[in-house]
Design a protein around this ligand. Structure first.
Ligand SMILES: Nc1nc2c(c(=O)[nH]1)N[C@H]1C(S)=C(S)[C@@H](COP(=O)(O)OP(=O)(O)OC[C@H]3O[C@@H](n4cnc5c(N)ncnc54)[C@H](O)[C@@H]3O)O[C@H]1N2
Ligand code: MOO
Length: 448
């Protein structure tokens, strides 16, 4: 255990200096969601690829419907249907003067046509008043022929989406560095890209330690509690953008823990443990990790336990923060996989995850913005808050964006999980603050 006290910022800097964005890989579109693009994606096909109708209606020549009105409609001969997926009119014929083609939304504008008249501006071929819809082809196949009365004129290009009006070949669809969200996946698919080069989602292994831990759903026997940390942090890792693997809680036995972590390294870009980092007689994370950072064969020498030296590849340190005082950080295994050992108290582990693991995950993803948003807000409560001197305190709060206020929920105890579940923000009280009065302004980290 390092004897110096680390500040929150120093610990974070140490972590971020050690993690590098993951090497890019080619991923199929559905797997690329949430990832950062590392290539400029250039359009190869025009969108739309051809002039097409934006309405169900009739493709016409503009001069044929000039001056048309409900009383004196333009009467045109319907020469066929053009449905979405058709290449044009049957036999590739073009529209001659006096002719109209019934056309569906998305269908290509046939040769010779200049505009589309929506079906509502016509009699729909019925010989009656204005139509509200087309007759289904299955019920009235004669709708693809006969005559149509057009009640309104149209200008050239009306209700036509021209080829390339969205993007053209050579256009930049997405810039390297963009995050591939649903709309970006839509665009990539629309321009025919099946796969893209991105930084993959980091694989995060979450593992809680403690012989007291029971799996939710099991019966609780004397002295045991349910393991909540591994569930909360696995969820938080997913929320941060990672692929998260939850390992069932490991009992307080250094050898078992060491073997479990070693087994997990194969699927980990980062390992997160909780518990076992303070000064108790059964705090085995330190004990176990003291050898994992060494090359094979060195293991026995590294297992000397709690010293003032970094324990193997993982350094255990005290931070000037509350909650979250005891922390471990380093790398383990042949690939120097980063490992963050968080304290066991549920609020401590959650706050530590938010402050340190989340930015590390987002750095591995290659994101620019790795931090939660911060705002200034006015403290809204009845009594002053007290904060330990020399430690940055992170209290749970509810933020009211409209009022610009934040209200503490629950107390400062790091076992208070229920209040954490009510919170949407962390209230930050600086190291030199020992008391914060209602109405004073402070920094707030938004959790959603
Ligand atoms: N003598 C001292 N005792 C403690 C100190 C200290 O400086 N001197 N620091 C305290 C602080 S601060 C913290 S934080 C905790 C950290 O302890 P550990 O990381 O060793 O965690 P544990 O002892 O294993 O557990 C602490 C607490 O949290 C509960 N816990 C643990 N894991 C889970 C889990 N997965 N789900 C739900 N709850 C969990 C555990 O039962 C304990 O109650 O040390 C203080 N002590
Ligand atoms: O630092 Mo501990 O995390 O206060 O509960």
């Amino acid at each position: 255990m390092s004897s110096t006290i680390w500040s929150v910022d120093e610990h974070l800097e140490d972590i971020l200096a050690a993690v590098r964005p993951l090497e890019p890989i080619e991923l199929q579109l559905p797997d690329a969601q949430g990832c950062v693009l590392v290539e400029d994606v250039v359009v190869e096909v025009a969108l739309p690829p051809f002039d097409n109708s934006s309405m169900d209606g009739y493709a016409v020549r503009v001069s044929d419907v000039e001056g048309a009105g409900e009383e004196f409609p333009a009467v045109l001969t319907v020469v066929g249907d053009v449905a979405a997926g058709d290449g044009g009119l049957a036999d590739g014929r073009s529209l001659a003067p006096g002719e109209a083609a019934r056309i569906m939304t998305g269908a290509p504008l046939p040769e010779g046509a200049e505009a589309v008249v929506p079906v509502e501006w016509t009699d729909g071929g019925t010989g009656g008043g204005p139509a509200t819809a087309m007759r289904a082809h299955s019920e009235a196949p004669e709708g693809a022929g006969g005559e149509v009365r057009v009640h309104r004129p149209v200008k050239a290009g009306a209700h036509v989406r021209t080829r390339g009006s969205d993007v053209r070949p050579g256009d930049l669809a997405l810039r390297a560095g963009s995050v591939v969200g649903p709309a970006q996946i839509g665009l990539l698919a629309a321009i025919g890209r099946a796969a893209v080069k991105v930084r993959p989602r980091p694989r995060v292994v979450v593992l809680s330690t403690g012989s007291e831990l029971a799996q939710p759903g099991e019966e609780l026997t004397g002295g045991r509690i349910y393991d909540s940390n591994s569930f909360a942090l696995t969820a938080a890792a997913r929320d941060a953008g990672a692929i998260a693997y939850r390992v069932p809680a490991v009992a307080d036995d250094a050898e078992t823990l060491r073997a479990t972590i070693e087994d997990q390294l194969i699927r980990a870009d980062i390992v997160v443990t909780t518990g076992g980092v303070s000064v108790g007689a059964y705090d085995v994370v330190k004990e176990a990790l003291s050898s994992l950072g060494h090359a094979p064969g060195d293991a026995a020498e590294g297992a000397e336990g709690d010293t003032d030296e970094p324990a193997g590849g993982v350094d255990f340190r005290k931070l000037a923060m509350q909650p979250g005082k005891p922390q471990g950080f380093g790398s383990i295994g042949p690939d120097h996989t980063p490992l963050l050992a968080l304290p066991g108290n549920p609020v401590s582990s959650y706050v530590s995850f938010e402050l340190f693991v989340r930015p590390a995950i987002r750095t591995l993803m290659g994101l620019d913005d790795v931090h939660r948003p911060k705002v200034r807000a006015t403290l809204a409560m009845d009594e002053a808050l007290s904060s330990p001197p020399g430690r940055r305190q992170f209290l749970r709060g509810r933020y009211d964006a409209e009022a610009g206020t934040v209200t503490p929920v629950g107390g400062s105890g790091s076992h208070l999980i229920a209040a954490l579940a009510q919170a949407d923000a962390l209230i930050v009280l600086p190291e030199d603050t020992t008391s914060a009065e209602p109405g004073t302004e402070t920094e707030v980290i938004l959790l959603r």
